[in-house]
Design a protein around this ligand. Sequence first.
Ligand code: ZN
Ligand code: ZN
Ligand code: ZN
Length: 450
Amino acid sequence: MYQRRTRGLIDPTFIVGVNSFVEFAKAHPNCLDGHLMRCPCNHKKCQNRNFLDEDTIKAHIAKYGFVENYETWIHHGESDDGDIFREHVVGEVFEQYVGDENISAFETMIHDAAGPSFQPHDIQDNPTPAVQHIYDMLRAEQQELWPNNPNRISKLSVVARLMNLKAEHHFSERLYDDFCELMKECLPSNNVIVDGFYETKQLVRGLGLPVEQIDCCKRSCMLYWGEDSELISCKLCGHDRYKRGRTDSGSRKTMVPHKKMFYFPLTPRLQRLYGSNATAKHMRWHFEHEMEKDGVMRHCSDSPAWKHFNNMYPSFASECRNARLGLCTDGFQPFGQSGQQYSSWPVIVTPYNLPPWMCMKDEYMFLSIIVPGPSNPKDRLDVFLQPLIAELKDLWEIGVETYDVTSKQNFRMRAALMWIISDFPAYSMLSGWSIAGKLACPYCMDDSDG
Ligand SMILES: [Zn+2]
Ligand SMILES: [Zn+2]
Ligand SMILES: [Zn+2]
């Protein structure tokens, strides 16, 4: 029906087409079931049989395309001899689109990642590494996969699709490397496709978000972080920070810590939600949606607790773009039940500003900390939470200048941790109140029924 991909990407006109299709279908209530409509995607389960909601349908069509030969939308209210409304809607939206044709989606992606202060046209003489990565990507976007290839496929577009395939189908790195090698052989000899996964990572590293590695005491007493970052032994138990260094090749000593944790700073992740058109407007959903009249809660923002919080902190609540976070943690065994016992504790933070169909998706659950094993951190979990707590305090008290792509302006984003989600044993670790034995409730404390 519409052309779905150009240069390996979903064509923007296709998205416009899909939107106009959905508008068309919504205008024909006799073909709807409540607010559900038949999904015209080409998945073998759908094909105009299944009734689904608007967003799922858009996602399906983007992924599978329209069912073949669905030229007249008979299942969505179009009569066989065409429909004036369709002409009208489709024509209008297509007109809005004309003009943006020359900006590729990959360029948009790079600009989203680089942020508003990045000016691609005034090339700096000595760019910082971060800026240099952006330039490298822009160059790869300009570079054709091989000179004068018929579809003007760029190097970056191929790399981005390869990464996408890797993520979606769980390619191993070896498969990825071999696949690149195969493509290299099949394409004209003057092609510039990447050699493998390493080169791919080098190319797209400008899109990545920061991660910190922090050394910690082997017995989990403390982190070598902040004021203590220079210490070489634990100030509580005295254990050495580094393994006995073996001197390799003469003078250079390798300093290998006994244990380290990973910390994924939250602020740049939240800022990126406002930096992309795909997510920025959804961050206001909690404020803009109206609770359904049946009184059923569909999102935490419908709850009395949320409204109570708004009343307690009116200045925080008055900026609806401030982030409201939930935190959850639980132990898991990365090596399975068999073999060596190893328990690792990921800590995950989720922004609840997003609508229910987004805030429960894994792409919006930000891994914040990985507490290393091999044993359960027990009452030492708070040691590992320190960097996150410090960052959350900053975000609550001061906030951070953030660029909002929808208003094209900066605002001061603050964040509040609204609640934690965990099972009861993890609750005791997070609250620091032992739940074993008497006085088990961390909320009632001494008044618990023992
Ligand atoms: Zn479908
Ligand atoms: Zn120690
Ligand atoms: Zn209680």
